[in-house]
Design a protein around this ligand. Sequence first.
Ligand SMILES: [Zn+2]
Ligand SMILES: [Zn+2]
Length: 351
Amino acid sequence: MKSYALVEFGKPLQELERPDPVPTGTQVLIRVRRSGVCHSDIHIADGYFDLGDGKKMDVGQRMTLPTALGHEILGEVMSAGPDAPDAPIGKTMLVHPWIGCGDCKACLDGRENDCMRMNALGVFRDGGYATHVLVDHPKFLVDIDGLDLDTVTPLACSGVTVFNALRKALPIDDDEWLCVMGAGGLGLNAVSIAKAMGAKNIVCVDLDSDALAAAKDMGASATINAKEIPDVIGELQKVTGNQLLAVVDTVGNEITSHNAVQALVKTGRYVVVGLHGGSFKMPLPMLPQKALTVRGSYVGSCRDLKELVALVRTGKVKEMPVSTRPLDQADATLQDLRDGKITGRVVLTTD
Ligand SMILES: [Zn+2]
Ligand SMILES: [Zn+2]
């Protein structure tokens, strides 16, 4: 097998040749057909997340390098260990990468994404920037029969992440508004999935006019270019008629969080999924006086992913712009993403 692995933090990915892995126990071996390139891979490749005030959160401690990154994985089931007799050999399936320890309360409850000792594919062990990957159990494979392989791949991370966040932010009434901060891979998915979940009024904020045009295409009722409009809070209040009840922040920096909590109405909900970094500051009396809810949300469970795929099957979720590149472009794609040169999602392909 070939993989495009992180060998050293802060350095380009390297092509490595290794023997094909052999599944043991309940494991299944997947031949990777699609692998989505996610923004969080940049932080993982750097080895840290920015916590603001000059502080960093080290993600490197729990990683053993080299590791093939890539957590949006879709591929063909090639073989299975002796304890996985019902593995769907020969079928192409979407992989749920957010695997937990398997025996804590969250894992037993089917909320692996809330596990404190996550062992996610493409983060803490080899993932999808490779020709092959091992998955712990067939239960982490999701049936995507009949769906488009390119557009279904990003559901495993960006899709399920915003789906889970939107469930915390919604519902809103027809005269209320949802704001999606950021129109990158996560933000565009958030707009289309929110629409499919019944949100009528959605405003999207970003710095890039092309990304905002894409957000309009995905169903945003209004957009705000924060580069052109300095008073984003005032503009949000104006556009929503002071009815901004929920914000899903797919950026997660000091500016977006400030704008969100200031623009929300009383009882508003602010849900953060973006990992851009920095620290969150707000005047404390505002929290009770505006009766705000501030929540974080981290990826999603396998159950969430299956429910999202079912929602996609209804045809209500507008497909996000996805472009494909060959698998060996993993590092170049990560670099383009870092430089802000990508609208929508890039999915690497081996077909
Ligand atoms: Zn991701
Ligand atoms: Zn666990």
